[in-house]
Design a protein around this ligand. Structure first.
Ligand code: NDP
Ligand code: HEM
Length: 503
């Protein structure tokens, strides 16, 4: 088979891709070697900023197939018929690690979905846990600073983490999940996904329901202990990428059961907890999960950078029949993601193939970097709106949502007053058997060991309030660690010089 001729990006044929143009065989290179300069310059532009959080990720394409009818709650076309299939992209991630971080680290996993629906993209940007560390977006940047590197040491700081968490008891629920078995899944196939926030569903009659989305792994749950994960990282830093890529490549397609919990709009006034508080779940006994569909991943990306690194997920991408809720955290995220994408990817990031909607798109945005697509206003004469140009795109009031009653005085309300941060972590703690509790205690002790005593005591006080066994268990694990460390030090002091290093 004849091979095509290599060209410049402008299409000019290239005669030699092995040797630079030099003045004599030993001489310096000439400025006129445009292709040499072009290759070096392109390489300098191969990186874009990594995501400020969730930088390390793994993704694949797949489908959602509807198995249960929820049209009484939503008119969203994605749910319109049992048997209907919608294409999707799912990107998983860790939160704190940078782009090159090891995969097998104890951290929350991102579970970001983009459904390419006939009414535009629906992005459900969730995690592998149903709750989060904070409930007010005002605290998100502070929280993330505690997870990233210390400005002076450039190391991660357990002191900063526990200082923040112990001063933010709303984090207890998520902290308990993070340090339990599910906080370190072996890979992303063996974990659940959650939309986490409360969203809304709107049906054809204009009725609103509150909703939580869940994705239950059909592969079963699998986790590593801290010790196992250390060995895994020693063997490979890319354990999740290897697992996901190879399982899809060999036709072993991972699946999740999609479920929803649905709450009638008026119930939000009646629940004992704030149903829009991201640190809380809705108990299944009150709002039982309803089966909706099967999510399957069945195609690896052809080009990781193109389709995964440049993927842009945003909770602001909703479709008719699915919408937001008063959750403060969700409200902030509606702003934050598109803002991040404009900075990370560029003005017209939604037109990159992986982000582009697979339905007609009409808007009046004009110039800016990456303006490679034609006018999308319906008629090229129209570049502003309103206009008198025939065929130009206009709004459609049929898509208006029913009004949402909101009232109250503008104030910085203290969300830590009158909020029960202990009952739901207790319900979770009570689900754990003795072995699970023992691993929780030792994982926590490992993470807390060496932090200032006042901070440790403040955090232990919260564990006591969740369950007396919880506080006592972590205390005992910390004491055991202190004894172990003291024994290790004593052992090292007894050894002849150089023996410890040689071991
Ligand atoms: P249920 O007993 O009805 O539900 C318990 C849920 O907890 C199930 O979804 C189960 O997920 C999950 N679960 C079971 N074991 C563990 C574990 N070791 N670590 C983390 N999650 C686990 O009780 P409630 O609905 O009243 O919830 C009780 C507690 O369970 C909550 O406080 C919350 O911490 C946790 N939970 C609740 C969820 C909810 O939406 N209600 C969702 C996830 C957790 P699975 O089916 O995958 O085993
Ligand atoms: C990524 C902000 C809370 C899940 C990001 C990014 C930002 C951000 C700026 C990087 C986006 C990019 O560059 O593409 C915030 C803010 C939050 C918040 C301001 C709170 C106020 C949450 C919560 C969840 C979550 C509660 C889950 C329930 C994710 C996921 C990603 C992400 C999964 C990675 C998306 C991807 O794969 O590209 N977040 N976040 N975040 N966030 Fe959040």
């Amino acid at each position: 088979m004849t091979k095509p001729t290599l060209t410049t990006t402008a299409g000019n044929p290239i005669s030699d891709n092995q040797n630079s143009i030099t003045a004599g065989p030993r001489g310096p290179v000439l400025m006129q070697d445009y292709q040499l300069i072009e290759k070096l310059a392109h390489q300098n532009r191969e990186r874009i900023p990594e995501r400020v959080v969730h930088a390390k990720g793994w993704g694949a394409f797949g489908t959602l197939t509807i198995t249960g009818d929820i049209t009484r709650y939503t008119k969203a076309k994605v749910f319109s018929q049992v048997g209907k299939t919608t294409d999707l992209l799912l990107r998983f991630s860790t939160v704190a690690g940078e782009l090159g971080a090891a995969d097998a680290e104890r951290d929350v996993r991102g579970f970001a979905l983009k459904f390419y629906t006939e009414e535009g993209n629906w992005d459900l940007v969730g995690n592998n846990t149903p709750v989060f560390f904070v409930r007010d977006p005002y605290k998100f940047p502070d929280f993330i600073h505690t997870q990233k590197r210390h400005p002076k040491t450039n190391l991660r700081s357990p002191t900063a983490m526990w200082d923040f968490w112990s001063l933010s008891p709303e984090s207890l629920h998520q902290v308990t999940i993070l340090f339990s078995d599910r906080g370190l899944p072996t890979d992303v196939r063996h974990m659940n996904g959650y939309g986490s926030h409360t969203y809304s569903l709107i049906n054809a009659a204009g009725e609103r329901f509150w909703v939580k989305f869940h994705f239950k792994t059909l592969q079963g749950h699998k986790h590593w202990t801290n010790g196992e994960a250390t060995q895994v990282v020693g063997r490979t830093r890319e354990s999740t990428q290897e697992d996901l890529f190879s399982s899809i490549e060999t036709g072993n397609f991972p699946k999740w059961k999609m479920q929803v919990q649905v709450m009638p709009e008026a119930d939000a006034e009646k629940t004992s907890y704030n149903p829009f508080d991201l640190t809380k779940v809705w108990p299944h006994s009150e709002y039982p999960p309803i089966d909706v569909g099967i999510l399957e991943l069945n195609r690896n990306p052809e080009n990781y950078f193109n389709e995964i690194e440049q993927a842009a997920f945003s909770p602001s991408n909703i479709v008719p029949g699915i919408s937001f809720s008063p959750d403060k955290m969700l409200q902030a995220r509606i702003f934050s993601y598109a803002d991040a994408h404009r900075y990370r990817l560029g003005t017209h990031y939604e037109h990159l193939p992986v982000n582009a909607a697979r339905c007609p798109v009409h808007h009046y945005h004009k110039d800016g970097s990456m303006r490679f697509f034609p006018q999308m206003t319906g008629n090229t004469d129209a570049y502003y709106e309103p206009n008198s140009v025939s065929g130009a795109a206009v709004e459609n009031p049929a898509y208006a949502e029913p009004p949402l009653a909101i009232s109250g005085d503008a104030e910085r309300y203290n969300h830590r007053i009158g909020n029960d941060d202990y009952s739901q972590p207790r319900a979770l703690f009570e689900l754990f058997d003795a072995d699970q509790r023992a691993r929780l205690f030792s994982n926590l002790a490992e993470a807390m060991w060496g932090i200032p005593e006042a901070i440790a005591e403040r955090q232990l006080g919260h564990f006591d309030k969740v369950h007396p066994e919880y506080g006592a268990g972590v205390r005992a694990a910390l004491e055991a660690m202190t004894r172990e460390k003291a024994a290790e030090t004593a052992q090292q002091q007894k050894m002849p010089q150089g023996a410890a290093a040689a071991e």
